[in-house]
Design a protein around this ligand. Structure first.
Ligand SMILES: Cc1cc2nc3c(=O)[nH]c(=O)nc-3n(C[C@H](O)[C@H](O)[C@H](O)COP(=O)(O)O)c2cc1C
Ligand code: SF4
Ligand code: SF4
Length: 263
């Protein structure tokens, strides 16, 4: 049985979970795990699998657009697909929507699993190192991640379709959450021109340039940022020397890669 996992991860949470799921499957199956590339036209997908897994972070109560676009490039040929996602707080109907899309692509959706993770945006923008807010965000973690994953992967091949019901309070989302979300997004977008790398701290490793999902970071005498930014904050969380900042907003705030996840 060959299992192929494709995942998208902005700041690393979903990558973390994808690795754990892959390792869990490795004990009994032939499994490969691949990050979904931002330029779908340039990437070729190996169609040689029996079961597909798709992982993604929740962005604005949905799967990132790229994940839906990726799924649309595949033909399920009546094969099973499972889903996993990471979220800060609330995923709306994201899983339901992506499962319905998978049916359109001729897949048979089986199980799904969701994990609460530290909101990588909230940690970076709101939580100073050592603050109560940092403790609060860390306390939101899903506990026993490995145990849950073992249970999830144990019988994935034989499990039946398990599409969640539509959440009845979606209309409340649209009244309340959507408004808050728009403000948060607009605020994040305003931050884009303020991204910079501290010249005296940057060690020129080029990790940010290589990893930016939007190819928005380039080197011209020093690290520079364009305006084609998704505000995924990957670059800031993963710079090994914390050289990347957004104005003075992110001085001394928490970097995700320094957070220890208890499993
Ligand atoms: C642009 C953006 C939008 C987000 N929207 C939501 C959301 O609607 N609901 C939620 O629970 N978490 C939301 N989050 C938090 C992420 O889903 C969470 O941090 C996730 O684990 C990130 O995974 P990643 O590190 O693999 O990108 C959002 C994060 C970002 C950066
Ligand atoms: S990841 Fe950090 S240290 Fe490396 S090039 Fe980018 S800004 Fe410089
Ligand atoms: S520049 Fe923007 S899109 Fe690129 S890694 Fe940084 S936050 Fe993400």
């Amino acid at each position: 049985m060959k299992i192929s996992i494709f995942y998208y991860s902005g700041a690393g949470n979903t990558k973390f979970v994808a690795k754990k799921i892959t390792n869990s499957f490795k004990k009994t199956h032939n499994v490969v795990s691949t990050k979904i590339k931002s330029n779908l036209l340039e990437s070729t997908v190996d169609d040689d699998f029996d079961v597909l897994g798709i992982g993604f972070p929740i962005y604005f109560r949905n799967a990132p657009e790229l994940v839906g676009e990726f799924l649309k490039t595949l033909d399920g040929k009546s094969r099973k697909v499972f889903f996993f996602c990471t979220k800060g707080l609330y995923s709306g109907n994201a899983i339901k929507k992506i499962m319905e899309l998978s049916i359109k692509q001729n897949f048979i959706p089986s199980r799904y699993i969701e994990f609460y993770m530290p909101g990588t945006d909230a940690l970076l923008l709101l939580a100073k190192k050592g603050s109560l807010l940092e403790k609060f965000f860390k306390s939101i973690y899903s506990r026993n991640i490995e145990v849950k994953i073992e249970k999830f992967t144990s019988n994935i091949v034989n499990s039946n379709t398990n599409i969640p019901n539509k959440k009845w309070y979606t209309f409340l989302d649209n009244l309340i959450v959507k408004n808050f979300e728009k403000k948060w997004t607009d605020q994040n977008k305003k931050l884009i021109p303020q991204f910079y790398s501290k010249k005296d701290i940057c060690i020129g490793c080029m990790k940010c340039v290589k990893d930016c999902p939007r190819n928005n970071i380039f080197y011209d005498q020093h690290i520079q940022f364009g305006l084609n930014c998704d505000t995924c904050f990957y670059c800031i969380h993963n710079c090994p020397v914390e050289a990347i900042q957004i104005g003075d907003i992110t001085e001394n705030t928490v970097r995700y890669n320094k957070v220890t996840i208890t499993t």
